[in-house]
Design a protein around this ligand. Structure first.
Ligand code: ADP
Ligand code: TRP
Length: 341
């Protein structure tokens, strides 16, 4: 195992990414990779086996995996840093093997209580055992590399708690097998500034911007044409108070636009508010936000077009070889402990 402590997170691949994902997850992850790789090993992987836990368009999965990796590189992920690793879960068979072993130490009741499973189960009429098993594979993803810190959104903290539980359970039974990730409260402290940002849906600012929204009208995808994105901003839901003010309670739509404008310009929403002091018409304000969004997308998309796919493939190959070695060592320890070797 590497001498450096590990920070690890998975980047889901079965969706087109939007500016909420960008500012709430991609950018903080890339910044973290850049700033922490001198002290930590950074594992950013594509959980492609998790992508098939619900029914998807399988014909698009392979392309989506590469697209998401390209998006990361366009966001600034360095490929030439030997402490930053990118890899595909399905290419390292220890993930599947450890999942099975952990399955045999996991309670049926314990998995039935996982809220993400319960929510998704209610959304669809066919539920796979893979979906039920999702958190166990996530635990394997983390424990194989002995990750200390695991940045995830709020909806994933229950899975992280489970990871700690199962690691401790195995350690209690068989001795020191797994490094246990830090408790969630400590993770929050460690990633303090990156937590909690929620860009809202432009058409429905009481909800977060999400790829699973009923309509795309309020969602700005990173691959939207700048003109289409402008149109979405211009028709964003606001209010009739006619003042450009950051007040999420009473003016969620306006506040969301201020937030987006601020994120692009590198300002807080409160600072962004000052740029529109005294304005009483939303037309001009929206136009300014729309222009910023359009130039942000133009800039981003030109970086995306320049990403060298071969460089990504080379990096994947190097990382997958090295991570395979690390993961196999952990797997072997477990196999020996339970008598399989
Ligand atoms: P979606 O709701 O679009 O399906 P995911 O649940 O796949 O998004 O989230 C992927 C990552 O993006 C998570 O880390 C999540 O916290 C972040 N994220 C998702 N939506 C937003 C948003 N509207 N604002 C900020 N961050 C977001
Ligand atoms: N479940 C995570 C999500 O939906 C993705 C993921 C899979 C992950 N395995 C992981 C995140 C391991 C962190 C660590 O966002």
């Amino acid at each position: 195992m590497s001498k450096k402590p590990v920070i690890l997170t998975g980047l889901r691949a079965n969706n087109e990414l939007h500016i909420g994902n960008y500012f709430g997850a991609l950018l903080p992850m890339v910044d973290m990779a850049k700033s922490k790789s001198s002290e930590y090993q950074i594992n950013l992987f594509v959980p492609d086996l998790h992508s098939i836990t619900t029914e998807i368009d399988y014909s698009k999965l392979q392309k989506q995996i590469l697209t998401n990796l390209k998006v990361f590189v366009a966001t600034g992920l360095p490929l030439d840093d030997s402490d930053v690793h990118i890899y595909r879960q399905s290419r390292i068979s220890a993930h599947s093997e450890l999942t099975w072993i952990l399955d045999c130490f996991t309670g049926f009741g314990e998995m039935s209580r996982m809220t993400q499973f319960k929510d998704k189960k209610d959304e669809s009429n066919e539920v796979s055992v893979g979906l039920f098993n999702y958190p166990v594979m996530m635990a394997a993803d983390i424990l194989l590399y002995g990750a200390e810190y695991v940045p995830v959104g709020d909806d994933q903290t229950q899975h992280l708690e489970f990871t700690r539980d199962i690691a401790q359970r195995i350690n209690n039974k068989f001795g020191d097998i797994f490094a246990v990730p830090k408790p969630v409260a400590e993770q929050h402290k460690f990633f303090a500034k990156d937590q909690g940002l929620r860009i809202k849906d432009l058409a429905n600012p009481d909800k977060k911007m999400s790829k699973s929204a009923d309509s795309d009208k309020g969602v700005i995808f990173l691959q939207d044409s700048p003109d289409a994105a402008k149109g979405k901003v211009m028709s964003a839901t606001t209010d009739s108070l006619n003042k450009v003010q950051y007040d999420t309670e009473n003016q969620p739509g306006v506040s969301n636009l201020l937030e987006i404008y601020g994120l692009i310009k590198g300002k807080t929403a409160k600072e962004a508010e000052a740029d529109f002091a005294g304005q009483t018409q939303y037309g001009e304000f929206k136009q300014a936000v729309a222009d910023e969004v359009a130039s942000f997308l133009e800039n981003f998309q030109s970086k995306l077009a320049e990403v060298n796919e071969q460089a990504i493939m080379d990096k994947l190959e190097a990382s997958e070889t090295e991570m395979n070695t690390q993961a196999s060592q952990t797997l072997l320890k477990v196999q020996k402990a339970i008598g399989l070797r």
